[in-house]
Design a protein around this ligand. Structure first.
Ligand code: GLN
Length: 474
């Protein structure tokens, strides 16, 4: 069977009787098996997915199926699903089983989506290449010698390689958008607080969002509309009503768009990405949209701000993994203190330990004001400047990444080079606004290029409509 390219197509096939949910699940299970070397899935819920598919087939016949009946979804290994293991790709959580289901996942299940398995990622969602996983690296299906991006690398590859129709990732500083760009799929980071974080293993709580990977905009919009909205288990989630995004995909007017000069002029930007962006800008103008250049003078500050604040939050969030309550406990312990030290020392990877140490340092009494307080202030400036631009323009567009997918090992010895990969994605994260990455072409090596679209908070409907229009530009 050829790839099920969209949920609309899947539904047509079901309606015509050419396929049923069991057949769809078998199609993906077969692909997962043939492409096992990509290492996208950590665990496949084979039996369970087939059983659920049979049940949903009956519901479809009875006319009582939910709106995601027949949609097969993979979830990142940081989302809790009751009775299933979740590791955050870390040794420290090896063997740990979820006690409850994340709200976002539960809402998909309630609409009869089929969860097919758990997807590989960087440990505790820290990373930009998926090389930092206890489960091993994930291969980019466009070129097996290259990274899929991170931290949600498995989620991006699962959609890219047709191992499921849609997947969930998380985006704290770019972990959905960057791998989406590297793998040539659509990736949305919603507004902070749009989707409940209940059941998501925290990295940096004031930045974390659950995001969506899909092959097209319509599927993405439908999944967001199911997952978003108030939740009694997350006091930070927005109470704003959830628009029916999937019915609002038509762009109603010509738009006013800005591209950020500093991102396009950066020496770090791969020339082919710049050309692809310029072509889109020209096509937008030809289609009657207004596109202007603006400056964003804080570009140099977004990464330091992001890495000071997220490491600080991570150092607090990860203190709960101490060998007492969860997962891994070192066998070499002599007393309580050595149990903490050895369990954490052996259970976390180098990168996670580095971040815990940086975070602890920036929060320490003598340096708190110099780093943490300062970064909070700069965060405010970045947010206000971004909002200021978005009061004049409907959208800000920029490359999702400075380069296309890089080779394994290219940045792994140099954390700062790795952090620079997030240069264009962290602005939306620091500001809490929604952003999407859509594929806009390929470089000379045939590697996908992504363009990012940002809008004001809670403007996901506008982002989708504009992204759909950009995708259709010639
Ligand atoms: N690459 C970024 C980091 O390592 C983003 C990670 C994320 O969004 N989870 O922090």
């Amino acid at each position: 069977m050829e790839a099920l390219i969209s949920f609309e197509k899947t539904q047509e096939e079901i309606k015509s009787g050419r396929i049923d949910c069991v057949g769809i699940v078998k199609h993906y299970l077969n692909n997962i098996q043939t492409k096992a070397s990509l290492n996208a899935f950590v665990e496949v819920y084979e039996e369970e997915a087939l059983t659920r598919a049979a049940l949903i087939d009956q519901k479809i016949k009875a006319g009582s199926a939910g709106k995601l009946a027949g949609m097969v979804i993979g979830i990142k290994d940081v989302l809790c699903y009751e009775g299933h293991e979740v590791n955050a790709a870390s040794k420290i959580l090896s063997g740990f089983e979820s006690q409850f289901t994340a709200t976002a996942v539960q809402r998909l299940i309630d609409e009869d989506a089929i969860i097919i398995g758990r997807l590989n990622c960087d440990e505790f969602a820290m990373g930009s290449s998926n090389e930092n996983s206890y489960h091993g690296k994930v291969l980019n299906d466009a070129d097996h010698e290259r990274v899929p991006g991170g931290s949600s690398g498995g989620s991006a590859v699962a959609v890219q390689a047709d191992l499921c129709l849609v997947s969930l990732g998380t985006d704290t500083g770019g972990s959905v958008r960057q791998p989406a760009a590297f793998c040539g799929v659509v990736g949305l980071k919603p507004t902070y607080s749009r989707i409940s974080r209940y059941g998501l293993i925290a990295y940096a709580s004031s930045f974390d969002t659950i995001g969506i990977f899909s092959k097209n905009i319509a599927d993405n919009a439908l999944v967001l509309e199911v997952m978003a909205g108030a939740d009694e288990y997350d006091s930070t989630v927005s109470q704003k009503p959830v628009p029916s995004y999937s019915t609002l995909l038509a762009l109603k007017k010509k738009t006013k768009v800005a591209y950020i000069k500093e991102t396009m002029d950066s020496p770090a930007l791969q020339p082919e990405i710049k050309v692809a962006m310029q072509e889109k800008i020209n096509a937008l103008r030809s289609a009657g949209h207004e596109v202007e250049e603006v400056t964003f003078p804080y570009l140099d500050y977004v990464l330091p701000t992001y890495y000071i604040l997220t490491t600080a939050e991570a150092s607090a969030n990860l203190s709960r993994f101490d060998g007492v309550k969860y997962g891994y406990r070192s066998a070499q312990t002599a007393n309580l203190e050595s149990m903490y030290k050895k369990s954490r020392g052996e259970g976390f990877s180098e990168e996670v330990k580095r971040r815990i140490m940086v975070g602890t340092f920036v929060l320490s009494a003598s340096y708190y004001d110099a780093y943490f307080t300062k970064a909070q202030k700069v965060r405010r400036l970045i947010k206000e400047k971004t909002e200021d631009l978005l009061s004049t323009y409907d959208f800000l567009i920029l490359p999702t990444t400075p380069t296309t997918a890089f080779k394994f090992g290219e940045h792994s010895g140099d954390p700062v080079a790795m952090y620079l990969e997030d240069l264009y994605t962290v602005q939306a994260s620091v500001s809490g606004i929604p952003a999407i990455s859509i594929p806009i072409g390929h470089d000379k090596k045939g590697l996908p290029i992504g363009m990012q679209i940002m809008a004001n908070a809670f403007k996901e409907a506008d982002i989708y409509a504009f992204a759909a229009a950009v995708s259709n530009l010639k």
